[in-house]
Design a protein around this ligand. Structure first.
Ligand code: 13P
Ligand code: SF4
Length: 389
């Protein structure tokens, strides 16, 4: 069969094939793996590989996958955990494509990074393509602002966007250290060009650094010159790329009002990838790790509504029966691409490794890797506790 896509995607089941399309529809619960022997097969393969394999699990992964993770974390913690395991021959990344790329950049040349399903991408990362970003930089140069501007990309971006930032004096940030990274960026230049999540950029600049909403403009790559005049670019302090997370971007301010009316005394806890209007109505805002720490430290009997990925919210609710935890919005569901990593794909990766075959390796080319590493290293070198807030 001819491959027309640049990614060797797994062939999807046609129609509604429950064995290959588990979880495509969202009844609020993920169906169990179709083969009850998969747990035992994963356990056996992992045991055979021993210390040669290190499995990383992002907090948004399914429980069936998380149970096999050696460490769990948000994207920042997992990047550091991967870098701190030089002895592991294989890093199996249960997360999405950009996270596996970052792990490949931060690990040694002999270590292989594996993404169990190559179709586990990220819609937000896909909203900023290198050619579009380079065109935008030319627009900034024509307006006379590029040399005063520091590009900052969220971890949730492709390796070539991180490399673009590395080449242009820029840096990577995550949702846990965005404030600190932006403070650094404003010490280097007058403006920040923030990629690809407009919401994280706006929420951090306005709510944590004290800029006004009027200091921010949105660069739309589908409009000529980003839909902005030269004067708008010159006046702006924050140039936000028009990208968003297709999970967090769907929570609405009305859902916060509705939760407060439904659950008296509830505290609303949301991720900064949510829209500004949602964040303004929340009680607490923070990264995935912040959300987990807040729940772990919560007083028994307190009530929480959480606006982040559903796998994590369900796991927090299950692990904390002493709290009343619910999900912020009925129309939002699991992250579809995170959920592509399931037990069948994990077993396939591990059993192939046992047989000496590396499938679904993520390899960043050396030039991209060099520049992307500069941008990542600038973040990791920032002073403070792990460069977190
Ligand atoms: P963090 O892991 O940095 O909180 O990012 C959230 C996210 O959307 C990951 O895809
Ligand atoms: Fe991308 Fe959002 Fe899914 Fe994270 S939750 S992988 S940012 S689409």
């Amino acid at each position: 069969m001819a491959i027309t896509s640049p990614l060797p995607l797994f062939v999807l089941g046609s129609g509604t094939d429950p064995d290959t399309e588990r979880g495509v529809e969202c009844p609020g619960e993920l169906p169990p793996a179709s083969d009850p022997g998969l747990v035992e097969r994963a356990r056996r393969a992992k045991e055979k590989l021993g210390d040669r394999v290190f499995i990383l699990g992002h907090h948004y992964q399914r429980d069936e996958v998380i149970q096999f993770a050696d460490v769990t974390g948000d994207s920042f913690k997992l990047a550091r955990d991967a870098a701190a395991r030089p002895g592991a021959e294989y890093i199996v990344f249960c997360g999405v494509h950009f996270m596996a790329e970052s792990a490949d950049i931060l690990t040694g040349p002999d270590q292989r990074v594996i993404l169990p399903d190559l179709a586990a991408g990220c819609s937000m990362a896909d909203m900023a393509r290198l050619a579009q970003v380079e065109d935008a930089w030319d627009v900034l140069a024509d307006a006379g602002v590029a040399e005063k501007t520091v590009p900052v990309t969220y971890m949730n971006s492709s390796a070539d966007i991180k490399a673009f930032c590395g080449r242009n004096g820029g840096v990577v940030c995550t949702s846990s250290n965005a404030k600190r990274v932006l403070e650094w960026a404003y010490q280097q230049g007058e403006k920040v060009f923030f990629l690809p999540d407009q919401h994280l950029g706006r929420n951090t600049a306005v709510l944590q650094l004290g800029y006004e909403l009027d200091d921010c403009v949105v660069y739309d790559p589908r409009q000529p010159n980003g839909g902005l005049t030269r004067q708008q670019l010159r006046d702006a302090k924050v140039i936000l790329w028009r990208g968003h997370c297709s999970v967090h971007g769907r929570f609405t301010p009305e859902a916060v009002d509705e939760a407060r009316a439904r659950i008296p005394g509830v505290q609303v806890l949301v991720h900064p990838e949510c829209q500004h209007e949602v964040v303004l109505k929340a009680d607490l805002i923070g990264s995935t790790e912040f959300i987990i720490q807040t729940i772990e430290a919560a007083e028994p009997g307190t009530k929480w509504v959480i606006g982040t990925e559903l796998n994590l919210v369900q796991r927090l609710a299950k692990n904390h029966p002493e709290l009343e935890i619910s999900f912020l919005e009925r129309i939002v569901c699991y992250c579809a691409t995170m959920n592509r990593i399931d037990l069948p794909h994990l077993v396939q990766s591990l059993e192939n490794l046992v047989e000496g075959r590396v499938v679904n390796q993520i390899e960043v080319d050396p030039d991209t890797e060099r520049s992307a590493k500069q941008a990542l290293q600038r973040m990791l070198d920032l002073p403070g506790d792990s460069a977190r807030d």
